[in-house]
Design a protein around this ligand. Sequence first.
Ligand code: HEC
Length: 130
Amino acid sequence: MKKKWVLAIAVVVVLIVIWFSVAPPRFILNLSKKVAATPGCGARLVQDYGCRQCHQIGGRGALVAPKLDGITQRVDDPARVTLRLWLRNPKAVKPATAMPNFHLSDYEIDAIIAYLEALDRGEAIPPGGC
Ligand code: HEC
């Protein structure tokens, strides 16, 4: 009887570990990837996540996907609702999209948006610390 309980708890723990690594819930992302929401950090994240493998950002990168230069000026959405949703989970906005889900934390999303906004204001932002 006791052994069964140990086994059941072990199964639950394993399932939670799999869940947290395959599709980490937002609160885990926000705990584990807490960064400074600065443009410099955004530049570092864009570099580290390899966004330029598909997008042109700051005049550099591939054109496999839409250019992100000018994106913060293209739509009149000061709260960045769509941009934020897109970065959280691309497939939730467009199910057939080729863009992978990077499981970005809210802090990382803020940093990337701050970077894109600074670029669109014409500032040169070198990758900095987070
Ligand atoms: C494997 C290629 C790929 C990578 C890597 C990638 N994206 Fe994308 N992304 C796409 C594609 C393709 C689209 C266009 C969506 C569509 O129409 O399917 C897109 C769309 C977007 C959009 C919405 C553009 C718009 O006009 O609304 C944003 C914002 C974006 N990506 C940001 C990022 C960021 C930030 C990164 C890095 C963390 C990134 N992407 C990495 C492929 C990629």
